[in-house]
Design a protein around this ligand. Structure first.
Ligand code: SAM
Length: 427
């Protein structure tokens, strides 16, 4: 299909195939399929993840070998793992400590001895789970936990987690690998449909009927799955940084390729999606902290993060494209009582992304390229062209060859689209 190329500004080109499809192969669903069924990409299926295929295609199109790839919004480390698997160096930044831990575990190298000792630790942990008098942990303080897991599932998980801790040394690779398997198991045993961001809870009676008969066998199977991936070590060096994508200037490195999928301006809360893992693994202990962390993330609106938006004021340091004011005005003045709040949400999102792009421009290598995979959004009938926001901001900062390419439809509505916004840093 010939792409339709139109110049919409002096330095921004857009391209879109005549018919856009939903393309499941360009979503996280691809990462547990075909060549990736047992790879590390399949370890935990999280909806914020993008497709390995998207990253592979961008890497393949880069002229020569990239010297150092950056993903400033790490998530589940899809970019870093893909890049390192191809033998290139990668650095990735993430604000959520659970994802930092997951990324580090997913990209580490494990020796044959570690694989063997992890198997032994798994057997030891499962023996402890069955041992009379073994002290279980208290249930994590997840709101309505009985709706998430049936009684037998909760009892098992409350024994399994301390058993893993007793069978492994703290901060050891064995413990990390078993805890990733624990996350897989808790997802399988849950009543929630984890493959969609709305995370609906199934009927609890039905879920109990669907529970695997052998819970220990389920965990053992998950450990085996993780260990197959753990044997395939990525060749390239990976550095995972627990940090803020709005403050990248603190890094001393320079990067010639950025491949990333930032948070979308669609009120999706990563904390909301990740909270089961975060509570079970003690990354969260109360709802207030969950809201605080979401307030730190770009685009977060969970708990306290929403109420803070009401009084939010711009810092006056960010570039605001001319078209954004009328768009915010239209959203603020809808009939809906939340219009003003959502206009503030978008204005803050734009400000945060400006600070991100500004700090990024200080660590780009001359001749470097950036690729942002992002979707647009709609608020009360008004479309927010997030791809345009990115393109305008990159142009304002001096990036050149800026292009917006439509990649796929996000759902059956024809106006919600995922784009790739790319640009070059010639300075
Ligand atoms: C769309 S997800 C990235 C998904 C990733 N491409 C993958 O395949 O898993 C965006 C990520 O950005 C992170 N994030 C949000 N605000 C951030 C910030 N200020 N600094 C660093 N990371 C941030 C979120 O926690 C989330 O994990």
């Amino acid at each position: 299909m010939t792409p339709l190329l139109t110049a919409i500004a002096s330095n921004i080109a857009t391209s879109s195939p005549a018919t856009l499809r939903q393309r499941a192969d360009y979503t996280h669903k691809f990462n547990g399929k075909d060549g990736h069924k047992s790879s590390r990409h399949s370890w935990l299926r999280l909806t914020p993840a993008y497709s390995v295929k998207v990253v592979d295609e961008i890497l393949a199109a880069f002229p020569g070998n990239p010297a150092h790839v950056l993903d400033p919004f790490c998530g589940t480390a899809t970019t870093a793992l893909c890049t390192a698997t191809k033998g290139h160096a990668a650095t990735t930044v993430e604000i959520n400590p659970f994802l930092v831990w997951l990324a580090a575990t997913k990209t580490a190298t494990y020796s044959a001895v570690t694989i063997q000792t992890t198997r032994q630790a798994c057997a030891e942990a499962l023996a402890l789970v069955k041992k009379r008098g073994f002290k279980p942990m208290a249930e994590p303080p997840i709101y309505n936990i009985t709706r998430w897991w049936s009684d037998p599932a909760r009892i098992f998980l409350c024994r399994l987690r301390p058993a893993i801790e007793q069978a492994t040394a703290s901060d050891s690779p064995e413990r990390s690998l078993l805890l990733v398997a624990f996350c897989r198991t808790l997802m399988t045993l849950s009543n929630a449909a984890f493959d969609h961001q709305s995370m609906s809870l199934r009927n609890a009676d039905q879920a109990e009927l669907d529970l695997p008969a052998d819970l220990s066998g389920q965990f053992q199977g998950d450990v085996s799955h993780i260990l197959i991936g753990a044997m395939q070590a990525p060749e390239g060096q990976v550095r995972i940084i627990h940090g803020d994508a709005r403050a990248l200037g603190q890094m001393n490195d320079q990067f010639d390729l950025v491949i990333t999928s930032p948070p979308y301006a669609n009120r999706m809360s990563y904390i909301r999606e990740l909270r089961p893992y975060m509570y079970w693994l003690d990354y969260l202990t109360n709802a207030r902290d969950a809201g605080e962390l979401d307030w730190q993330t770009i685009g977060g609106t969970w708990g306290i993060a929403t109420s803070r938006l009401t009084d939010w004021q711009p810092d006056g340091r960010a570039f605001v494209p001319k078209w954004l004011g009328p768009t915010l005005n239209a959203i603020a003045h809808t009939d809906n009582a939340n219009g003003k709040l959502l206009a503030n949400y978008i204005a803050k999102y734009a400000e945060d992304m400006w600070h991100h792009f500004t700090s990024l421009s200080t660590i780009m290598a001359p001749g470097g390229r950036v690729h942002y995979i992002v979707g647009n959004s709609k608020f009360y009938g008004t479309l927010l062209p997030t791809e345009r926001l990115y393109a305008d901001m990159l142009a304002e900062l001096g990036f050149t060859n800026i292009a917006i390419t439509s990649i796929r439809k996000r759902n059956s509505k024809k106006e919600l689209i995922e784009f790739s916004v790319s640009g070059a840093w010639e300075k």
